[in-house]
Design a protein around this ligand. Structure first.
Ligand SMILES: O=C[C@H](O)COP(=O)(O)O
Length: 317
């Protein structure tokens, strides 16, 4: 198989397992107390009502509206797609979400339902969520999703290999999935809640970007600890530093457990204060969320009218 070439800046660092280990373990260590304090303090920033209205619309436009359940049906995916295109049918000024995110077997249904719109089809692949399958199975899963119409692939890394120090294996797997993704943008999920340390999250971020990730993503939403402000802050620092070093911009997607407007706005403050304004649009920042949109819609309505709507204002997620 022809592999994409590694960025020249990293040719030496990725020439062997030991070279890659030296590079990743040579990254500056993370001070956990300082990191968490910075994330917490940015989270307490208050913003003006006008900025809040802007932030709510921005957050809506950044959602990968997600359903990743064993019980997903074509009907549920079509309803989700309709909601992604017109989140509030009574107010056509409401922005569409960025994407609808589904399992590969639902990608064709999502593609058909979103035809003629700007909303992307994102599909998880590579034996999501555990990532425990042979590489050829993961590549077939990826190709299936792309052939069915996915614009974006959300792959999971092999956390077992990463934690055992098999960095080159993880690196080569990401490169192979990137190639199998063809024109689709590749989001690489680290499952930060399983990586044990902040140092590992920093190492995984660099590993993913060096291997060609278009986005780095925190979590699957399927484990106990999903997206946290601290892990997202760390990843935002990584994309900022990677661009400074290589000129290549990589997006960030916190996912899992983000359910309120208040939380979404906190994440946007982190983006603005860490990576900067260049990341403040849905090409470079996404929220992976199954249950955030309704709260954003209710807050949007409250800002516009001064009151919350009745419980039947929004459809159930
Ligand atoms: O990638 C998206 C996540 O699976 C969604 O997680 P959530 O259901 O906690 O919002």
């Amino acid at each position: 198989m022809t592999m994409p070439t590694t960025a020249p800046a990293f040719a030496d660092a990725t020439s062997s397992d030991s070279a890659l280990r030296r590079f990743l373990h040579g990254l500056p260590g993370v001070d956990p107390v300082g990191l968490e304090a910075r994330a917490a303090s940015l989270g307490t920033r208050s913003i003006k009502a006008t900025a809040k209205a802007y932030a709510i619309d921005l957050a809506i436009s950044m959602i990968d509206l997600t359903t990743l359940e064993g019980a997903d049906t074509p009907g549920k995916v079509r309803a989700l797609a309709a909601k992604a295109v017109h989140p509030d049918p009574t107010d056509r000024t409401t922005p569409a979400t960025a994407a609808v995110c589904v399992y590969p077997d639902m990608a064709a249904t999502a593609r058909a339902a979103l035809a003629g719109t700007d909303v992307k089809v994102a599909s998880v692949a590579t034996a999501f969520p555990a990532g425990r399958a042979a590489l050829d199975v993961k590549l077939a899963d990826t190709r299936d999703a792309v052939e069915a119409g996915a614009d974006e692939i959300d792959m999971v890394i092999d956390r077992g290999a990463f934690l055992a120090g098999g960095y080159l294996k993880v690196f080569e797997e990401i490169r192979a999935v990137k190639e199998a993704s063809g024109p689709a943008r590749l989001k690489v999920i680290f499952e930060t809640g399983e990586l044990s340390t902040y140092d590992n999250i920093r190492r995984a971020s660099w590993l993913g970007m060096m291997a060609g990730a278009d986005f780095i993503k925190t979590s699957t939403g399927k484990v106990a600890v999903n997206a946290t402000p601290a892990s997202t802050l760390l990843m935002l620092e990584a994309v900022r530093d990677f661009r400074a070093q290589t000129g290549v911009q990589v997006g960030v997607k916190p996912a899992g457990g983000i359910r309120t407007s208040k939380d979404a706005v906190k994440f946007l403050v982190l983006v603005n204060e860490t990576a900067g304004r260049d990341w403040l649009d849905n090409h470079w920042f996404r929220f992976g969320a199954s249950s955030l949109l309704n709260d954003l819609l209710m807050q949007r309505q409250k800002l516009a009218t001064g009151r919350y709507s009745g419980p039947d204002y929004v459809t159930v997620d």
